[in-house]
Design a protein around this ligand. Structure first.
Ligand SMILES: NC(=O)c1ccc[n+]([C@@H]2O[C@H](COP(=O)([O-])OP(=O)(O)OC[C@H]3O[C@@H](n4cnc5c(N)ncnc54)[C@H](OP(=O)(O)O)[C@@H]3O)[C@@H](O)[C@H]2O)c1
Length: 281
């Protein structure tokens, strides 16, 4: 495959890049809503088969069901459809992606598969999470062949529009999918369970929701900002023969830690299985 090393073309003179988000579903819509506010971006074209459900207040966002139009116009193309829908879409747009930066957030599809389907494009594979809806995602990404510094910087600044980001080798993507991609669902289960516990001991639902969600974000922020190991924080809160150790004892008896480790391992294996299905498809 001969790669055309290309600077990213500017969309309209110097007014910024045109970004296409192909597949404005849950994650695509969340990314588009944040990317549009970047000074680097003059326009975001989002696509969906059924466009009636989409509404944006920004005049910089154009909605269409025409993927070819979006890919043709765009300088950078985000792919955010389900992996099962990808094959036909990649075929549809492949004529219009040469020399362009293509950022796939699709689970399971490898960089190699996308590079083969979109010859001469420059591919980055990324896994954000649903916290992109509030600009708080963490995005792990891996770079494909020929990505230069400018393309990397541009990708990072686009990821920065909807949260923080970290580069990982592509071999880590199944684990990333299991941890930060699926993670919000595990945390939601934990929050729901803690709220149920709060209800069981008599707290009103609205108070329980506030206490649980703020405890979660406060703990995560404290660990991150002070660089404290989670085990150290646990020890700070746990006094001998106190309330916390009584709670921790029940968590350990219920195999809480093992369950979480097993969940992450199972999700990683599930991701590997789906990925190998698409690799051999
Ligand atoms: N949700 C997450 O938290 C998350 C996080 C990271 C990565 N991802 C990955 O992102 C991808 C999308 O996930 P999702 O949860 O956002 O799914 P989703 O809500 O189902 O969104 C997929 C979108 O693709 C659109 N689509 C399907 N075929 C199309 C076509 N031919 N042309 C244009 N648009 C088309 C669908 O539009 P219609 O509704 O009109 O059919 C739908 O809006 C998946 O590969 C997933 O693994 C998701």
């Amino acid at each position: 495959m001969s790669l055309i090393r290309g600077a990213i073309k500017l969309g309209n003179g110097n007014s910024g890049r045109i970004i296409a988000v192909i597949g404005a579903g849950k994650i695509g819509e969340a990314m588009a809503r944040n990317i549009v506010s970047s000074v680097l971006v003059s326009k975001v074209i989002v696509t969906k088969r059924d466009t009636k459900t989409l509404k944006f207040s920004s005049k910089k966002i154009q909605i269409t069901s025409n993927n070819v139009f979006a890919a043709r116009k765009a300088d950078v193309i985000f792919l955010a459809v389900k992996a099962g829908d990808a094959k036909s879409i990649l075929g549809e747009i492949s004529e219009y992606t040469s020399g362009k930066l293509v950022i796939s957030v699709m689970a399971a599809l490898s960089i190699k598969r996308i590079e083969e389907a979109l010859p001469n494009s420059f591919v980055i594979r990324a896994m954000p999470n649903i916290a992109a809806m509030i600009g708080e995602a963490v995005t792990a990404y891996s770079v494909g062949h020929g990505i230069d510094k400018e393309q990397l910087r541009l990708s990072q600044s686009l990821f920065g529009c909807f949260g923080s980001f970290v580069e990982v080798p592509e071999s880590a993507m199944d684990a990333v999918t299991a941890i930060s991609g699926s993670g919000p669902a595990y945390i939601a289960v934990l929050i729901d369970a803690m709220i149920s516990g709060a209800l069981k001991v008599g707290l009103p639902r609205d108070v329980a929701f506030k206490l649980v969600t703020k405890t979660l974000t406060g703990t995560a922020n404290l660990l991150e900002k002070h660089g404290i190991h989670p085990a150290e924080l646990r020890d700070i809160v746990t006094t001998p023969a106190g309330t916390t150790i009584a709670g921790i004892y029940e968590l350990e008896k219920g195999s809480f830690r093992t369950s979480i480790m097993n969940a992450i391992e199972a999700a990683t294996q599930a991701s590997e299985k789906v990925a190998s299905k698409f690799e051999n498809d």
